[in-house]
Design a protein around this ligand. Structure first.
Ligand code: URA
Length: 313
């Protein structure tokens, strides 16, 4: 088993050195590969120590509760201890080359590329899925979250858990259907927590900078294909992924204002999971003010009353 995994790794490395960026894999081949990786994981007595110490990661937090840094903190939080990292370092971010063709063909090719990416696949437990963006490829608005959670990795679709249901309501409040916007994540897999079993893992953690860096080219490619008028980053982690790490301290520093990513306007707002945890009128009003700005810029109808009351115009 180990020998065949090593052979596959060597062959992929050889192909990569030869400039090949993607290899076709059948469903059955993937299933076998996942089973071998899972079997090998359970067979290993202990995680090998990484040769280079991994960068410290934030302490694990549940996905639906992962926005604890949304509120500007008066004093810096103590640095969390680095959890044990079992995985080897990620390879360099993929160079995504889209094929010629119309929008639908390019989107479908990109989706196949992401779902078949061996690195993404190797981070997904058996029976769970790599998650690619959904929605209209003609969307004017693209929402960007951080990473799939428990529901998302089962259904293979972003924002289908509790936070996703609230996001859908927010979109409806803007006068749109969920299918009329595009919804993606920076990460294509659910960041792994130590432990867990064949059934899955308990809890979530925010993606690391390295994980986001690996997946970001795939989000950029989705932006290139869909070509939305504007982007909306949901929460601090997504904002960090798009605006750059260490470019701001608290979400409050960047929320409710226009920024730029991939040559188009980017609004930063709260993650719906934060509103689920703090469903105060004040927070709801703040997120609604951000969404009204988005609606205005995307050319959606905003009543004079709403504009006057919420946007002070
Ligand atoms: N939170 C995210 O950021 N993305 C999802 O897909 C689900 C929850």
């Amino acid at each position: 088993m180990r020998a065949s995994l090593t052979a596959i790794t060597e062959e992929l490395q050889r192909l990569k050195a030869a400039g090949v960026r993607a290899v076709p894999v059948t469903e059955e081949g993937l299933r076998n590969l996942r089973a071998q990786i899972a079997a090998r994981r359970t067979a290993l007595p202990a995680a090998p120590k990484a040769a280079v110490p991994p960068a410290a990661e934030p302490a694990p937090v549940p996905r639906e509760r992962s926005a604890s840094a949304f509120t500007p903190a008066p004093t810096p939080a103590p640095k969390p201890a680095a959890p044990t990292v079992k995985e080897p370092p990620l390879p360099p971010a993929p160079a995504v080359v889209l094929p010629e063709g119309d929008k639908a063909a390019r989107w479908a090719a990109l989706r196949t590329m992401v779902l078949g990416d061996p690195v993404c696949q190797s981070h997904v437990r058996p029976g769970k899925q790599v998650v690619f963006g959904v929605g209209s490829i003609e969307a004017r608005i693209m929402f960007v979250g951080e990473a799939p959670g428990a529901e998302e990795e089962v259904q293979g679709e972003p924002f289908v858990g509790p936070a996703g249901q609230l996001l859908t309501k927010m979109i409806q409040g803007m006068g749109l259907k969920r299918e009329e916007v595009y919804i993606g994540n920076i990460m294509n897999w659910r960041p792994e927590m130590p432990g867990g079993n064949a059934q899955g893992q308990v809890g979530n953690r925010p993606p690391t900078e390295a994980e986001m860096r690996y997946c970001l080219p795939y989000l950029r490619a989705q932006i290139e294909v869909v070509n939305p008028v504007l982007l909306v980053a949901l929460g601090k982690t997504a904002a960090e992924g798009l605006l750059g790490f260490h470019t701001f301290k608290a979400l409050g520093d960047v929320r409710g204002r226009w920024h730029e990513f991939a040559g188009r306007p980017l609004m930063v707002t709260y993650h719906p999971s934060y509103i689920l945890r703090e469903p105060t009128n004040r927070k709801k009003r703040m997120i609604w003010e951000d969404l009204l700005q988005v609606m205005e810029r995307a050319g959606l109808p905003v009543s004079d009353k709403q504009r006057g009351y919420f946007l002070g115009k």
